[in-house]
Ligand binder design. Structure first.
Ligand SMILES: [Zn+2]
Length: 226
């Protein structure tokens, strides 16, 4: 009788627990094409990352200028904590610093950033309020640790800036001021959200983009007296 050694099973579990750069790069490219198809990352907008390892900190992230509808694994690079490419030949997204800040502050395993029409529109409408209050929607239960539709989710809003160092400081301040938020908006720019892994981060984008559209459409319907 042949002796069976459960090495393979352990290998698979290890791989799922820490998928490694090639698997994460493939998964990020897939998420990108999926989001493009839904109109959330047109052209080269948006950027995505996932943690490859925590010690030392390594991130798989989209490279700058990559078309999100045609994103291939070669356009995902691996960066170090300083945002320098250590695997791949391209330059990482200009917003890599924001991804690194979110990973450090929130312990996130993946960070996703979209530029949807509804997020752009609401980020301007609610600029004076400094954020958007989402409350009473069943879909809120798709956010990590949320158990009831009565949950009150405050999505803070920060001013846009072309200086990534300035933007990065605003992001860090916002995350400190709102320790329970699942995402934030940058004015006239888009949404940042994250999760403990890529699956959770993708779900958060879907939930928040859904709710932004509901809020936007509700406002539009009330304005028309519907
Ligand atoms: Zn952006």
């Amino acid at each position: 009788m042949t002796k069976t050694v459960p090495v393979r099973e352990h290998d698979v579990k290890d791989e799922l627990a820490a998928p490694g750069f090639p698997i994460l790069a493939r998964a990020l490219a897939e998420v990108s094409r999926n989001f493009y198809d839904r109109g959330w990352v047109m052209g080269t907008s948006g950027n995505f990352s996932a943690v490859v390892s925590r010690d030392p900190l390594r991130l798989a992230i989209t490279s700058t200028g990559a078309d999100k509808g045609l994103l291939s694994v070669e356009q995902i690079v691996q960066i170090d904590p300083a945002g320098k490419t250590i695997e791949g030949s391209r330059r990482p997204s200009d917003e890599a610093r924001l991804h690194l800040a979110i990973v450090r502050k929130r312990g996130a395993g993946a960070v996703l950033h979209t530029h949807s029409i509804w997020a752009t529109l609401l980020s301007e409408i609610f600029a004076k309020e400094g954020g958007i209050d989402l409350e009473g929607y069943e879909m809120l239960k798709g956010l990590a640790r949320v158990r009831t539709h009565a949950h009150k989710e405050w999505i803070p809003l920060i001013e846009n800036a072309q200086d990534v160092a300035v933007l990065s400081r605003s992001v860090e301040d916002t995350l400190e001021q709102h320790p329970n938020c699942h995402g934030f908006l940058i004015r006239r720019h888009g949404l940042y959200t994250w999760g403990q892994d890529l699956v959770e981060a993708k779900r958060h984008v879907e939930i928040l983009e859904f709710l932004f559209e509901v809020v936007g459409r509700t406002m539009s319907a009330s304005a028309k007296g519907l």
